[in-house]
Design a protein around this ligand. Structure first.
Ligand SMILES: C[S@@+](CC[C@H](N)C(=O)[O-])C[C@H]1O[C@@H](n2cnc3c(N)ncnc32)[C@H](O)[C@@H]1O
Length: 354
């Protein structure tokens, strides 16, 4: 029923079934390695030390085991929780099997509780990771209440069909906003998720600022840093608004530039396989403070233009004085303040040159 799986130098026991689903006796998805890689990189990239970590929905415990193996003495204590008893038994086994590789100074607590109950009975944490099946909604309130000042909240949402516009009514019910179905659907979904989490936090006078966000495969992920105080919250809420017909959503930055830079440098150094290009693109787009991006394919289709080579288009945008980057949301995207009309002119002039 279980077999050995290796991820980033750690070997654990995980379900033997090939098909990944929430019906597995204990949940493990190898495709989410990059989600765990990015969590490790983010915790390495920030200055927080002596952290009290809560891996709220831990499955096999792989995320926590990697934190304990890779975070070089940054952890004071780690709570590894799952309400599935089989999961907590497996976590104990997986910790034991890897104990030589783990931080010996960190206090490890393996718990078998309902997530919100665990949080509310705790004294709080500096890092809380919410990695659920589907929406993070059921866990937001308790997690935010127990998040320390300067703490980090990590939120995954796998209900992308709601956030990215396939089911607008579900998005309205769960996230209190109208999604987008066009080329911006994933960025809009991420910004809708950000605002929802921020509104839950606002009730407790906590300001949650996104420091790293992305969309990948079937999920959206955001890391927030928490500060306390009425005026910080007021500043957050001021930056909620509409983007065309979508929203309300977060119109502020999705990344802290320095953290995105540090994470990219770290991934290059540590070599986590293919993550380098993904993190480089995010590092680049974190430098362009623009909400949304142009999708050159979509623009050409709408305007019945031939799709040009991107290189000359990017050169021409730069020559007009607009900073730009690619975007991790789309292979055909360009993040830049240039207007659509000016971009159309550039696309046409590049096409005429050939
Ligand atoms: C997507 S999996 C977590 C995967 C894991 N974080 C990883 O990186 O491999 C979600 C987990 O949440 C647990 N879970 C779901 N609802 C819960 C709740 N209310 N309280 C505690 N655990 C819960 C499930 O048993 C499952 O193991």
């Amino acid at each position: 029923m279980f077999r050995k799986m290796t991820e980033a130098n750690i070997t654990i026991e995980a379900p033997a079934e090939e098909k990944v689903s929430s019906k597995l006796p204990v949940f493990y998805n190898p495709v989410m390695k990059i989600n765990r890689d990015i969590s490790v990189l983010l915790l390495k990239a920030i200055d927080n030390k002596d952290m009290q970590i809560c891996d709220l929905l831990a499955g096999t415990g792989i995320r926590s085991i990697r934190f304990l193996a890779e975070l070089d003495k940054k952890i004071k204590s780690i709570t590894i929780n799952d309400h599935n008893e089989q999961a907590t038994e497996l976590i104990k086994k997986n910790i034991e099997a890897n104990k030589e590789k783990l931080d010996h100074d960190a206090e490890i607590n393996i718990t078998n509780q309902e997530a919100s109950t665990l949080l509310l009975q705790s004294t709080g944490f500096d890092y809380i990771d919410i990695d659920p099946f589907g929406t993070p909604n059921p866990f937001l309130d308790a997690a935010i209440r127990r998040l320390a000042r300067d703490g980090i909240l990590a939120v995954t949402a796998t209900d992308t069909s709601a956030l990215a516009g396939t089911f607008p009514k579900v998005c309205m019910r769960r996230y209190w906003a109208v999604p987008d179905r066009g080329h911006l659907k994933h960025e809009v979904g991420l910004r809708i998720l950000v605002r929802k989490v921020q509104l839950v936090a606002a009730q407790y006078e906590k300001a949650l600022v996104p420091i790293f966000s992305y969309s990948k495969e079937h999920y959206l992920r955001v890391f927030f840093r928490c500060s306390k105080g009425k005026s910080a919250v007021d500043e957050i809420v001021k930056r909620h608004g509409m983007l065309n017909k979508a929203g309300p959503l977060w119109l502020g930055r999705l990344w802290d530039q320095d953290i995105a830079e540090r994470m990219y440098l770290l991934v290059e150094k540590l070599g986590y396989g293919t993550d380098g290009k993904f993190l480089r693109t995010i590092r680049d787009e974190s430098r362009i403070d623009v909400v949304g991006f142009h999708d050159i394919h979509a623009l050409c289709k709408r305007n019945k233009l031939e799709v040009p080579a991107f290189g000359p288009v990017f050169d021409a945008i730069r020559a007009e004085g607009y900073p730009l980057s690619r975007t991790h949301f789309s292979d055909h995207g360009v993040r830049s303040r240039i207007s659509e009309d000016d971009l159309i002119e550039i696309v046409q002039s590049v096409a005429n040159r050939h």
